[in-house]
Design a protein around this ligand. Structure first.
Ligand code: URP
Ligand code: ZN
Ligand code: ZN
Length: 470
């Protein structure tokens, strides 16, 4: 099967140029001007942009949390991703008591319904001799990435000794440690004090997780990585000081990379003071306008490397059902913490929103160029996580994951527009300009305007290579 996309303007992480693209079966076979061939289909992309499919390095699908589960699974979340121009998503395996094999098997089962291509990171939430010995076995399962936490005491956190040893094991086995950076002890103390004083409202989620904890934990991670001579990738950077620490460490040759997420670019902790403040609860929390500004600077000047979503949606009111693909579905959500902010499930929707929102508010607003947009949302995550040039690239031989992007299309965005399986959208009513028009996954058209043409099980588990340190 041959599809010829004619007259588009290709945007890669480094170049912008006019060309036609020939897709043969699942891959891009040729790129050039005035390609003529006996194709089965031709698509006219005049006045449109052609981007490599988005790669979201950080999502949580079907994730058990507190007494519920994140409300998008590997089908619904992937479908939403595709509508936003993302064709690869990477989520995190929960480490079960039984160990890595069992945990990965469980996640593989969950992902059988995948609708876009995917890969996994492993949450390293316990560390002992037995775990240490079996970490290298993850390479056999092509899972080269371990997420460690400096917060969530008694649940997910490792102590610094465990993190340091994990960095050494990662270094010796060509793996990459990803780090959630906050100060678990400070959070534990402030949370207990807030509850003892009867503070139960959502704003206390932010007030008990101060930005300084994220700042010092980010520098601590970079410092440990340097001492272990290992690379590290800091997830969901949210505070101005974290960008400063990232810059400080990178300028000194430390192999540290940083990811931010749209929510930290647009919102502040004041959103948590609203009546519907629970909608904005995630960890780490939103900060201030100054933090938003510094994060944008970090993207404009290339201190940061990627923009993921940390997509981990919950309903605002899980007692009420919504209609999804014709069926009523209700999943307990943020209302679980109505009387206690510590019981509000942490996380937000965003897998579909990432690219359209960043195009309008990043590219159109002049904070990042179209090439940086592609670098942050596709090429850099593909490089760091060992998927490049199969993903994140418009070159012959790459998977034909292609987005035909309409830079003129205007939408009033919101929950009615979004396919994320939840009852709210953080960008409700925002006027966006620039959206995917058609999305191809390995040569198959999966989104055509408003029409879903993808399917359950259409996504593939990706075997990754060694990643690059950017
Ligand atoms: O609030 C969030 N981000 N939930 C997902 C878990 C995590 O720490 O990334
Ligand atoms: Zn995290
Ligand atoms: Zn996360």
């Amino acid at each position: 099967m041959k599809t010829l996309i004619k007259n588009g303007t290709l945007i890669t992480a480094s170049d912008t140029f006019k060309a036609d693209i020939l897709i043969e079966d699942e891959t891009i076979s040729r790129i050039g001007l005035n390609l003529e061939t006996d194709s089965d289909h031709q698509v006219d992309a005049s006045a449109k942009l052609i981007l490599p499919g988005g790669v979201d390095p950080h999502v949580h699908l079907d994730l058990p949390m507190f007494d519920t589960v994140s409300s998008d699974d590997h089908y619904t979340g992937h479908k939403a991703a595709a509508f936003g121009g993302t064709t690869t998503a990477m989520d995190f395996v929960v480490l079960e008591h039984e160990g890595f094999d069992h945990s990965v098997d469980l996640w593989m089962k969950k992902a059988e319904k995948a609708a876009i291509d995917y890969s996994f990171h492993m949450n390293l939430t316990r560390f002992d001799d037995k775990i240490a010995k079996t970490i290298p076995s993850l390479m056999g399962m092509v899972i080269q990435t371990l997420k460690v936490f400096t917060a969530y005491n008694g649940r997910l956190r490792l102590d610094d000794g465990g993190i340091f040893k994990a960095l050494q094991i990662a270094r010796d086995n060509g793996m990459l440690v990803m780090a959630h950076c906050e100060n678990g002890d400070v959070i534990e103390t402030l949370t207990a004090q807030a509850l003892a004083q009867g503070h139960t409202e959502p704003i206390w989620h932010a007030l008990t997780r101060p930005a300084w904890g994220a700042v010092e934990a980010s520098l601590r991670m970079a410092a440990m990585a340097e001492q272990a001579d290992a690379p590290v990738y800091i997830v969901h950077m949210n505070a101005a000081g974290e960008v400063d620490m990232l810059q400080y460490a990178r300028e000194r040759g430390v192999k540290v990379m940083g990811e931010t997420c749209p929510q930290y670019l647009f919102f502040t902790q004041d959103h948590l003071r609203r009546d519907d403040g629970a909608k904005w609860i995630c960890s780490p929390p939103m900060r201030t306008k100054q933090d938003n500004t510094r994060l944008w600077q970090g993207l404009s000047n290339g201190v940061l490397q990627t923009i993921g979503t940390d997509h981990c949606p919950f309903y605002f009111d899980g007692a009420r059902s919504i209609v999804y693909e014709g069926s009523e579905i209700a999943i307990p959500g943020k209302e679980l913490g109505m009387h206690d902010f510590t019981k509000i499930p942490n996380g937000l929707p965003g897998i579909q929103d990432r690219m359209p929102v960043l195009w309008t508010c990043g590219v159109n607003a002049g904070y990042i160029t179209p090439n940086q947009f592609v670098a942050y949302t596709s090429t850099n995550p593909a490089k760091i996580f060992g998927l490049y040039p199969r993903k994140g690239a418009l070159v012959p031989g790459a998977d034909a994951d292609i987005v035909i992007w309409d830079p003129e299309k205007q939408v009033r965005y919101g929950v009615a527009h979004s396919h994320q399986r939840t009852d709210y959208n953080l960008f409700e009513g925002w006027e966006l300009q620039g959206c995917p028009e058609k999305v191809f996954l390995r040569g198959k058209l999966i989104v055509n305007g408003d029409e879903w043409k993808g399917k359950r099980g259409g996504g593939k588990f990706l075997k990754r290579n060694a990643g690059e340190v950017l």
